[in-house]
Design a protein around this ligand. Structure first.
Ligand code: PMP
Ligand code: GLN
Length: 380
């Protein structure tokens, strides 16, 4: 077989979760909650399934869910989108990203993305025949240098992929970032994919901004989000894409032949939750900020240096004071095997690698898990 992705191995998330299980380590690597989802969500899933809603959902998604997504978008960002023509439910944000990239990228097109970049973007670009162009964000702020972005735009540039709140760094775009992005996208006739899966996890009263809030940008953007993050059910693989009708029509042409539709009872269950408990979404920022702060307090006595975290459920820590001679991949291996805490190295999200001594810890965990992990980390 001639590999279509010769440089790609198994994703770091599978690698580290497998090692964590083998080593019986506390798993702060792959991002997922270790606490249960709301019991009423689970009850609704069972009820819809028992009521017989187990056959194919409509290809663009269950109508009730798309209507709730439209209402949520209006509530959070004051943007009115059509449930009928602008919203498509997908099997996780991963599918939405893949489909959006296949739709927008033609052979030879250049796609701008920011390292450390979520690891599904680049393979999807390559499969579409595109050329990923990696720009680097650096510690500790990981802010985008928009002049550098402008300088990287060529006649072949077609698409820019942004992710705010940003995995793995926890950086969140401010208004000036969105404005600079909008200006470049419009000026150069680019398209944008805005990966906003952590949209409701923004801390310290920083405004929750979105591509939805910038009208000219939104006209050329596919906004992607995920209920896995918002409702603590990453295993349900339910996400969505919002884009103007002309883009959505093309998006659905691909989506219908990738998965056709997503898990039916979960779509009804989440539609119910959005209607009955909108406070769940609204409270997510405070919920995770408390976890961030609890974990930070527990780590205060350690030799790790915590980097700023404005959003997401990830905390970056610098381990230079503990083992500067180890690369971050070596350090994560050692930490998991010898000290029973699994983490994610940052360098794997940089195309050119990184010499930084920084790892990512997921704090979407019960207090007791965070306390137990911090106790181990404080011994180093
Ligand atoms: N984008 C980012 C930045 C993510 O962190 C994740 C999940 N870890 C995804 C996309 C994929 O989301 P889903 O699990 O809904 O496919
Ligand atoms: N997005 C999750 C993370 O960053 C992992 C998703 C996956 O395992 N594919 O940890």
């Amino acid at each position: 077989i001639i590999s279509k992705l010769p440089a790609v191995g198994t994703t770091i998330f599978s690698q580290m979760s497998q090692l964590a299980a083998q080593q019986q380590a506390i798993n702060l690597s792959q991002g997922f909650p270790d606490f249960p989802a709301d019991s009423s969500l689970l009850a609704r899933l069972a009820a819809h399934s028992q009521a017989g809603l187990n056959q194919y959902a409509p290809m663009p998604g269950v109508v009730a869910l798309r209507e709730q997504i439209a209402a949520l978008t209006s509530h959070c960002y004051q943007r009115e989108v059509s449930a009928e023509t602008e919203i498509t439910v997908t099997s996780g944000a991963t599918e939405a990203l893949f489909v959006a990239i296949q739709m927008l990228v033609q052979q030879g097109d250049e796609v701008l993305l920011f390292d450390p970049a979520y690891d599904s973007y680049s393979p999807a670009i390559q499969l579409a025949g595109g050329v990923p162009v990696h720009l680097r964000l650096e510690a500790p702020s990981y802010q985008v240098d928009w002049q550098q972005v402008a300088a990287a735009i060529t006649p072949r540039t077609r698409l820019i992929i942004v992710n705010s709140p940003h995995n793995p760094t926890g950086m969140v775009f401010n208004r000036a970032d969105w404005q600079a992005l909008e200006q470049l996208v419009c000026q150069h006739g680019l398209y944008c994919i805005s990966d906003e899966v952590y949209e409701h996890m923004v801390f310290d009263a920083k405004p929750q901004l979105s591509a939805h809030g910038f009208a000219a940008l939104a006209e050329r953007t596919v906004v992607v989000s995920s209920f896995g993050k918002t409702f603590h059910v990453t295993g349900w693989k339910l996400g969505y894409a919002i884009a103007p009708a002309a883009l959505t029509a093309e998006f659905r042409k691909i989506h219908q032949y990738v998965t056709f539709a997503s898990f039916t009872p979960a779509q009804y269950a989440i539609a119910d939750m959005l209607a009955a408990h909108p406070e769940q979404v609204a409270g997510l920022g405070v919920f995770y900020q408390q976890k961030r702060d609890f974990f930070a307090k527990q780590l205060a006595a350690s030799r790790f240096r915590l980097l700023p975290c404005q959003g997401t459920y990830f905390q970056l820590v610098d381990y230079r004071a503990i083992a500067p001679e180890l690369t971050d991949v070596e350090f994560c291996q050692w930490l998991t095997v010898q000290h029973k805490v699994a983490a994610i190295p940052l360098s794997v999200f940089y195309q050119q690698g990184s010499e930084a001594r920084i790892i990512r810890l997921c704090f979407a965990k019960q207090q007791q898990t965070l306390a137990a992990a911090a106790e181990l980390l404080c011994q180093l």
